[in-house]
Structures are given as C-alpha cells and as structure tokens.
Design a protein around this ligand. Sequence first.
Ligand SMILES: [Zn+2]
Length: 292
Amino acid sequence: MVTIPPQPWPTGLAEAVEPLVLRVLAPNPSPYTFTGTQTYVVGDPRGPDCAVIDPGPNEPDHIAAIIAAVAGRTIVAIMCTHTHRDHSPAAAPLAELTGAPIVGCAPLVLQVDGPRSDEAFDPTYAPDRVLVDGEGMRGTGWTLTAVATPGHTSNHQCFALEESGALFTGDHVMGWSTSVVIPPDGDMGDYMASLEKLMARDDVRYHSAHGAAIEKPKQLVRGMIGHRRQRENQILRLLGEAARPVSGFIPDMYKGLDPRLIGAAEMSVTAHLIDLEKRGAARRDSEVWRLA
Ligand SMILES: [Zn+2]
C-alpha cells in the first residue's frame, strides 16, 4: 500500500522543480489523488509568458495560487492532459480570469451504449483548440509538444518540454502509484501501447500530476509494463483454476487493499479481462468470466 507522506504538504506554494517549471499542489488529497493534483506553470519565471498544465479542481484557493505563481506573465495556453475532475475544472474559471485559451486534449466523447462512465469526468471542459499528437505550443524560451497517450482515458495527452527533456505525464505514469484504467473509456490495450510509446522516447524526467518527479523514467515504465503483464498472468492463472465474477479476483490479487479502493481494483481487473476478451483469451457468460 502507498503511504501518504506526513503533513505539511506544499499545498498552494509555487515550488521550482526545474529552471522553467513551477509546481503548485492543489488542496484535494484523497486515496485517488495522493497529496493532491499538481499544476505546473511552464516558462522562464522572469520571462513574459508561460503555460499552465492541469489547472486542477475548481477551488478558488488553488486558482489564486496558480495566478500567484504566474506572477503577471501572459498565459499563452491552459493545457489539460485529460478531463478527470481533479485535472480540468479550473481551466474555465482560469481562462475567464486571464483571457488565456484552453488548449490540449480533446473533450471526451462519452459512450452512450455502455455503462455510465462519466461520474469522474468534467463535463464543463471546452477547449479552444485540440492538439493532435506531435503538435506544440510555444512561448518565449519554451516549447511544449503533445504526445497522445490514450489508455487511462481515451483523450489523455502528455506534454514534452523540448528545452529540458521533461515530460508532463498527467495520470498516464505517476510518481506514487500505477494508473487506474476504468472501462469503457479507459482501455488496457491502449494503455499498454501508450507505455510502449514512452519506452521508445528519450525523455530525461517525468513530472506527473500526483507524486514526486520521476528521474529514471524508462526504469519506471519498464516496471509498470512488467506489473501489468504480471497482473494479466495472474488473471489467466485464476481463470484456469475456476470461472468467476470480477469480485472473485480481488482477494488473490490485491492482498491488504484499502477497502476504499476495491471499486478501482475491480475496474482494473475488468479492464484486463476486456483486453483478454478482445485478444480471444477470455470470454464472459453474463457476470462470470472464463478462459476462452
Ligand atoms: Zn485521471
């Protein structure tokens, strides 16, 4: 289990994490967000302009802390990695206060035929411009390039800071926990492909939306790919022992799990099962999964 570091956390403070990057922690700690969402302000602190990545929840104190970190610079773009409610709801009020455009990930197209998946999504998100993979935003002395990384959500993007080699990874790869993949919008096959995509890059450091900076990114991503393969093998082994519903995997796979996270664990197992089903290795009869 992950332990949350003792208080005080740097909530509301602008921390310099590299010469072109300030980090501001939002006041929304939880078992899903660790100490809270980290907003990044990118650009020379003494320069004329900057970008804001993942403005976070619509909390007046947090928006005030972002504006204090911006310190009078022009915000060229408010950029969101994806539209979970801990990432994008502050985009609209920040845009209204500053006149900055909202640029980055696409709004989410919710599936209407599957189970409702929109509880965690921000329906207010309305970008002025959607970036496609490889497209960038530029300011004075900084360039951010979108790297499409679907999986955690279908609209997830990372942003590469070309001047320093840093990658802002949102919830795709985090500094405190593996990413939660919740079907039907979350897709385990896409998530694995997006991890492989990062393995093919040479980013020197990751700044994620939750948890510490990641200084050995490939080592972590390799470990995450291994972890998911191990989970998949566990699922296949358990299916080989007996057909079972999703809840029947949890006691074997998540020993000592915080009860508040059982729902998330079941979603993650479901994401693996759907991926195995797509690949012809598993099938379901109503709620019961078995080997194909
Ligand atoms: Zn998320």
